[in-house]
Design a protein around this ligand. Structure first.
Ligand SMILES: Cc1ncc(C[n+]2csc(CCOP(=O)(O)OP(=O)(O)O)c2C)c(N)n1
Ligand SMILES: [Mg+2]
Length: 280
């Protein structure tokens, strides 16, 4: 039976800093990729994998009893890869091969090439439907494993998300937790200026979800939200996590919508790593 991995708060904060530095270094080395989209999900993924919530064993990535984490916003692959490497699925040295020809660390996650990747994503909108498939299969098999799906807020404009949400609510999939990385921006501008989502919690509630709105960079609030999600019966849960695109790197935080899918230039990398404080 795969187990959770419980670290104390100091270790979690250190882990989050290391994950941020991997994200910056890998994308800068690649000269491409999405650091800002990856940096906004760091505390969410860190607490899930290392805060005693997700049950997994990197030595047995196909264990039927494992919990599943699906990164639906697949362009944040550098964030997922950093977490998987820290979790022991592959050596952290491999992160420097991001986007290199032949590397399993492709620009978007490929479940056929990298252990720990539960779904091949990148075409936005699909991950929640895939997660529902897992949740239904687990229910059919009588397993108590859980499914976590992380989507972007721009991604939440996709019609497939709402079709999936309707299904999850109607079928009372309480083994499914939707995490929304509400960083306020999509590719070209603010979500509010393109297709406002609010009141997002009320909409999801109407689709049959139990909902929570949290600060997605607070280790305590994220931890509390995952514990709450496990306690909900009869309904899927949605955690709407308010986050900052590019969190932890001043250059990216300042540019917000203007820095989607762009790595930090090599001459800015040292400063970015200092801001993150990876060595601390
Ligand atoms: C179906 C589809 N349409 C368009 C794109 C191109 N695209 C990649 S990332 C992105 C913006 C996503 O914004 P959001 O979901 O808010 O993620 P963030 O980068 O803010 O975390 C878009 C439009 C895509 N990958 N898939
Ligand atoms: Mg966004």
């Amino acid at each position: 039976m795969p187990d959770t991995h419980q670290e104390d708060k100091e270790a979690l904060a250190r882990r989050a800093r290391r994950i941020r530095s991997h994200i910056v270094s890998a994308t800068t080395a690649a000269g491409s990729g999405h650091p800002s989209s990856s940096l906004s999900l760091v505390e969410l993924a860190t607490v899930l994998y290392f805060g005693g919530h997700l049950r997994y064993d990197p030595a047995r990535p196909d264990d039927p009893d494992r919990d599943r984490f699906i990164l639906s916003k697949g362009h944040a692959a550098p964030g997922l890869y950093a977490v998987l490497a820290e979790a022991g699925y592959f050596p952290t040295e491999q992160l420097k091969d991001l986007r290199k020809l032949g590397s399993p660390l492709e620009g978007h996650p490929n479940m056929c090439r990298l252990p720990g990747v539960e779904a091949s994503t990148g075409s936005l909108g699909q991950g929640l439907s895939i997660g529902i498939g897992h949740a239904l299969a687990l229910r059919l098999d009588g397993l108590d494993a859980r499914v976590y799906v992380l989507v972007g807020d721009g991604e939440s404009e996709e019609g497939q998300i709402w079709e999936a949400a309707m299904y999850a609510g109607n079928h009372g999939l309480d083994n499914l937790t939707l995490i929304i990385d509400r960083n306020g921006y999509q590719q070209t501008d603010a979500v509010d200026r393109i297709q406002p989502l609010d009141p997002l919690d009320e909409k999801l509630h109407a689709f049959g979800f139990a909902t929570r709105v949290i600060d997605g960079h607070s280790l305590d609030e994220v931890d509390e939200a995952f514990s709450w999600a496990r306690s909900v019966g009869g309904q899927p849960q949605a955690i709407i996590a308010r986050t900052i695109k590019g969190k932890g790197v001043a250059l990216l935080e300042a540019k917000q919508g203007g820095w989607h899918g762009k790595p930090i230039p090599p001459d800015e990398e040292t400063r970015a790593l200092e801001e993150i404080g990876a060595g601390a």
